[in-house]
Design a protein around this ligand. Structure first.
Ligand code: ZN
Length: 52
């Protein structure tokens, strides 16, 4: 992990999962585990869908 930081107040590890966005097909990481049978969106597309 090249970006690992030890110590500090922001040391809580956040598990990220690599996914391919269902809309723009870009590889991205989400802080939750993708269920597999549901589309996963990157942050941008997620915001877009949230508005609908
Ligand atoms: Zn996307």
């Amino acid at each position: 992990m090249p970006f690992e930081r030890r110590g500090g107040f922001n040391s809580a590890p956040r598990e990220m999962h690599k996914v391919v966005c269902s809309e723009c097909k870009q590889e991205c990481e989400v802080p939750f585990k993708p269920s597999g049978d549901r589309p996963v969106f990157c942050r941008d597309c997620f915001q877009k869908h949230k508005k609908f």
